[in-house]
Design a protein around this ligand. Structure first.
Ligand SMILES: Nc1ncnc2c1ncn2[C@@H]1O[C@H](COP(=O)(O)OP(=O)(O)OP(=O)(O)O)[C@@H](O)[C@H]1O
Ligand SMILES: [Mg+2]
Length: 294
């Protein structure tokens, strides 16, 4: 039964994101699609060897929106996120079945270059992982490999650091080691490094989990700003964060496989963030977002 107090108990959904959809002729599909589809995920299953980690996932990601993946630890959020840019290819024994359609093309089709997939669909990790190089070189590294000239690289470094809201703090110290930056600055540097490759989508796996509330707030503001140019998919354990920044939310949970005594991740519910946090359709979602999980 629905708890009438739950909308008060759950996180407040920011009006900044909700209602940001275009006022005229939105193309609303059955899954609440508002605009052009970037990802259309159909019956995605991910295995690690014989272990079925995530099963039967279906949802869509809309251009210039922030889609949040939430759910308890071990439900497969990172696994599913990595399947969106073929990062699981790098894990021995990992296998993806089903379709991850990106602008209409299955990224798992034979002939698709996973390196190009990862350039267009960039990733920012939980723990900031700058190279042990200068701030400049961290951002210029990818463009250099892709053949950008020194002048072009100068422009890309400045532009990317500005977009990542870090330029003002580092512009006089670009030769300084990236490892000398604070955790929040390092994470923004990693975002700059990702956007320097001019991706279309940025995937973020708990990008704020190692940051204090002030650095977290900066990254959240940044995400909302970046969504004007990029499409963002974020994994977060912070429900307030999902409610504040995302347009759509996918709630995952696990189902126990009695025979093998293992747990497989399933997508319980996918909808507009406002709906997930106020009037979810599934009791499991309601329990989770109101903190009554487990
Ligand atoms: N490289 C791997 N090899 C084998 N099993 C893995 C691997 N990575 C994850 N798993 C398993 O897959 C399942 C889903 O893991 P995943 O890391 O995707 O969960 P998660 O939802 O991101 O959890 P958390 O919130 O703790 O980060 C878990 O049972 C985990 O043990
Ligand atoms: Mg994870």
């Amino acid at each position: 039964m629905s708890d009438p107090t739950m909308s008060g108990a759950g996180p407040t959904v920011s009006p900044r994101r909700i209602g940001a959809a275009p006022q005229t002729a939105p193309q609303r599909g059955p899954a609440g699609i508002d605009g052009p589809t970037v990802f259309d995920i159909k019956d995605a299953n991910v295995f690690y060897g014989a272990f079925h980690a995530v099963k039967g996932v279906n949802f869509t990601v809309v251009k210039n929106e922030i889609t949040a993946l939430i759910g308890p630890s071990g439900c497969g959020k990172s696994t599913l996120l990595r399947s969106l840019n073929r990062m699981n290819d790098l894990i021995p024994g990992a296998r993806v079945e089903g379709t991850v359609s990106y602008h209409g093309k299955n990224i798992y089709d034979p002939g698709v270059d996973p390196v190009e997939v990862r350039r267009r669909i960039g990733m920012v990790f939980q723990k900031a992982n700058p190279f042990p190089k200068s701030i400049y070189d961290n951002v210029a590294y990818g463009p250099k490999i892709h053949g950008a000239s020194r002048t072009e690289r100068d422009g890309i470094v400045e532009d990317s650091l500005k977009k990542a809201a870090l330029w003002d703090e580092v512009k006089d110290n670009l030769k300084k080691s990236a490892l000398a930056l604070s955790g929040g600055q390092q994470q923004r540097l990693c975002i700059a490094r990702t956007i320097a490759l001019q991706p279309d989508v940025v995937l973020m796996d708990e990008p704020c989990s190692a940051l204090d509330p002030i650095a977290t707030a900066r990254i959240e503001e940044l995400m909302v700003d970046l969504a004007k140019q990029f499409t963002i998919v974020i994994v977060t354990h912070n429900m307030q964060q999902a409610a504040r920044v995302s347009d759509k939310t996918a709630f995952f949970s696990t189902e126990v496989n009695e025979r093998s005594d293992t747990r497989t991740g399933v997508l319980v519910e996918f909808d507009d963030t406002q709906r997930i946090f106020t009037t979810p359709a599934d009791q499991r979602t309601e329990n989770y977002v109101t903190g009554r999980f487990g």
